[in-house]
Write a protein that binds this ligand. Structure first.
Ligand SMILES: NC(=O)c1ccc[n+]([C@@H]2O[C@H](COP(=O)([O-])OP(=O)(O)OC[C@H]3O[C@@H](n4cnc5c(N)ncnc54)[C@H](OP(=O)(O)O)[C@@H]3O)[C@@H](O)[C@H]2O)c1
Length: 325
């Protein structure tokens, strides 16, 4: 076991293969979690405006920059939320994020979802015409937002990318602009290997970051950390089940961003374990004929009436992402 390795992005920048996730990290928890993580050696932090905790992350950063780490040795990722997809809003939202974090630049800025919402103060604006649903902005396209990302000053963002984009979405923005996203951040774990997207990303030189690497923390389903095969491999390697799941992702070349607010888990999740081909295959087999995508916004409350991934659950949706080509 060793601390997380570093890999090189298409921009030439380095990213640690294991980062800290911060979604659902509550106020009073996330400041502590980030501080512990950085003191322990984490350098890659996954953040987003919608997590509504970037002020607290900023408070933690103040405690560790520059006493523990130089700003340039950290890799900070954040994401533009769906209510700020219009070209004139993207840089404003970035500025807000920079001010919350108390930093001058991000290492990576992502379009969080390939879906635009009506702009306003509410992160999930209610649609008066579609009760129970979010009001979508079906005018602003992915290409519009991608062009605004491209136009962001390099002094404020070192690299730009996307999240939850399918091959079709990425092809559209590349076709329109010629600019390939540096990163696509996607849900991936043994139940959702995303082989097609992995092959496509490899061909285009896009780095993939795997979110929810331990399986989602929202569902009432057995956790992947409790899966008998994961436990079996963990016992064999004298590792934790979470380390085995993270190792499955790092072996596929992903960067992996497990979330925890518990000190012992923050520390152990950062120990990079190597899986042999045999153990990798045992873990991969968990997902054979068992395809499970946890994060489908069509099932959220309020619902996003949009078919993003073409999963069976999304078929009744009445809209699709607006590509703009
Ligand atoms: N781009 C996107 O749309 C998107 C979507 C989802 C997530 N993300 C990013 O990806 C990060 C990770 O995904 P996630 O939060 O959905 O799920 P995850 O990291 O796979 O799982 C987090 C859950 O596992 C628990 N956990 C952490 N370490 C553990 C360990 N060693 N053993 C057992 N349980 C452990 C955590 O609880 P404790 O905190 O109590 O340890 C939490 O309940 C997010 O925080 C966010 O930064 C991005």
């Amino acid at each position: 076991m060793s601390f997380a390795k570093t890999i090189t992005l298409s921009t030439g920048a380095s990213i640690r293969q294991i980062g800290l996730g911060t979604w659902l990290s509550q106020p009073k928890e996330v400041e502590n979690a980030v501080e512990i993580a950085v003191r322990h050696g984490y350098r890659h932090l996954d953040l987003a405006a919608i997590y509504q905790n970037q002020d607290e992350v900023g408070a933690a950063l103040k405690k560790v920059i520059p006493s523990v780490v130089k700003r340039e040795d950290l890799f900070l990722t954040s994401k533009v939320w769906n209510t700020s997809h219009k070209s004139e809003l993207v840089e404003k939202e970035l500025d807000k994020t920079l001010s919350q974090l108390g930093v001058d630049y991000l290492d990576l800025y992502l379009i969080h979802w390939p879906v635009s919402f009506k702009h306003g103060d509410d992160y999930f604006p209610a649609d008066p015409k579609n009760p129970g649903c979010v009001e979508l902005d079906t005018v602003t396209s992915l290409v519009d937002t991608w062009k605004a990302m491209i136009a962001l000053p390099k002094s404020k963002v070192r690299a730009i990318g996307v999240s939850n984009f399918t091959i079709e979405h990425i092809e559209a923005i590349i076709k329109a602009t010629g600019v390939v996203p540096t990163v696509n951040q996607i849900e991936s774990h043994p139940l959702l290997p995303q082989d097609d997207l992995v092959a496509f990303a490899k061909e285009k030189g896009i780095h993939l970051t795997a979110y929810s690497p331990l399986g989602n923390n929202l569902k009432d389903k057995p956790k992947l950390t409790e899966h008998p095969k994961v436990i079996e491999v963990a016992k064999k390697l004298d590792a934790t089940p979470a380390q085995v799941l993270v190792a499955w992702g790092t072996r596929r070349g992903f960067s992996v961003i497990p979330k925890s607010v518990q000190e012992n888990r923050i520390k152990s999740n950062f120990q990079q374990v190597e899986l042999s081909q045999e153990d990798f295959e045992v873990i991969s087999a968990i997902g054979k004929n068992n395809h499970t995508r946890f994060n489908i916004p069509f099932g959220y409350t309020p619902k996003w009436d949009v078919n993003i991934f073409d999963e069976p659950e999304e078929k009744p949706a009445t809209t699709r992402p607006v590509l703009g080509i």
